[in-house]
Design a protein around this ligand. Structure first.
Ligand SMILES: O=C(O)CCC(=O)c1ccccc1C(=O)O
Ligand SMILES: [Mg+2]
Length: 328
């Protein structure tokens, strides 16, 4: 016998979280809980302010409509739904059907957006490949180039992923590259969205030999009817944020196409709660076993929700302490 519950959560964030020049003091979202007999499956629906096309209210309306259909025994089509809704519903169904494996890739690439000293202990603690992500584009490009060179020269087994979130003009991107010796550039795994325009990013990759990754470009492209990944193969990698891309099936299809095209795919966080973040780690281990995911965002929160992130000591709040806003 099928039944569904919908919880709304509000989790306090760490003080300094800024997204697209907006301070994020609270993370809001929904948790779906599907039950069928003894089986339970959960999914997180958390549109990301400044990135998602849908608002929380729009996601809620679609969720209630879909959960009512599901509760009547109708199999849902996740594709036409908002990305966050398609992702949450598909993840809950996969968990309900015990298709999502338990093991997860919980050793994410440490994320550094400010003080390099915070990164060093995280790197020391890493076993296996030392891969870290540094946000660039927040300061002058020359400073970024010198910082990146300092890290690569002082930690010989370090590979860096960079993310400029489209901060640079072509000129600024060139200023950055000039400060990174060609011999070090091969240890830059990729730089996400270096320039304001994808065309300039592509030219940057050709001119400097520094590989690029599509993140925001992919998010925008997949919304178009005629999207084909083949049209974006100027990049070494694509960053897959399921909350911003869509259902797990959609993400799995993207991953398969990327593999066929020789493009690296990396599962990345859209600042989900620990419940959704641990599911993303399981999805990465399942679909991209050898890849280090970009999931080092639990430290942006002041609390965890229901399922703890391994090794995180932040307070854990239970799902049933959140607001139950709908049930079938
Ligand atoms: O990818 C990661 O390592 C962490 C996630 C991340 O950086 C991110 C999180 C929220 C919004 C945008 C981004 C980004 O990659 O630009
Ligand atoms: Mg990015």
């Amino acid at each position: 016998m099928r039944s569904a519950k919908l919880y709304r959560y509000e989790l306090p964030m760490d003080s300094g979280v800024i997204l697209r020049e907006q301070r994020l003091t609270v993370r809001e979202g929904f948790i779906i809980e599907l039950s069928d007999g003894e089986r339970i499956g959960r999914g997180e629906v958390a549109p990301l302010p400044g990135f998602s096309v849908e608002t929380l209210e729009e996601a809620y309306s679609q969720l209630v409509e879909q959960l009512a259909l599901w509760s009547q025994g109708i199999e849902l089509d996740h594709e036409p739904l908002y990305p966050s809704v398609g992702f949450g519903l598909s993840m809950a169904q996969l968990e309900l059907d015990a298709i999502l494996p338990e093991p997860g890739s919980f050793q994410a690439a440490p994320l550094c957006s400010g003080d390099p000293d915070e990164l060093l202990p995280k790197l020391e603690a890493m076993s296996g490949a030392k891969v870290a992500k540094i946000k660039v584009g927040l300061y002058e490009p020359i400073r970024d180039g010198m910082l990146v060179s300092l890290f690569l020269e002082s930690i010989p087994d370090l590979t860096l992923r960079l993310d400029a979130n489209r901060a640079w003009t072509s000129e600024k991107a060139q200023q950055f590259a000039k400060k990174v010796a060609p011999s070090l550039r091969q240890r830059i795994d990729f730089i996400e969205e270096p320039c304001q325009s994808p065309g300039d990013s592509f030219s940057f990759a050709i001119n400097t030999g520094i590989a690029i990754a599509w993140d925001e470009t992919l998010q925008h492209a997949v919304r178009k009817e005629d999207f084909k990944l083949q049209d974006f193969n100027g990049a070494k990698a694509i960053i897959i944020k399921p909350t911003l891309i869509g259902s797990v099936e959609r993400c799995a299809e993207l991953i398969a196409t990327a593999k066929a095209l020789g493009i690296k795919a990396v599962i990345s966080s859209s600042i989900e709660s620990s419940l959704g973040l641990t599911q993303l780690a399981r999805l990465s281990a399942w679909q991209l076993t050898q890849e280090v995911p970009g999931l080092d965002t639990i430290g942006l929160f002041a609390q965890q929700l229901e399922v703890p992130w391994p090794g995180c000591e932040l307070p854990l709040v239970a799902l049933n302490q959140q607001s139950l806003i709908w049930q079938s």
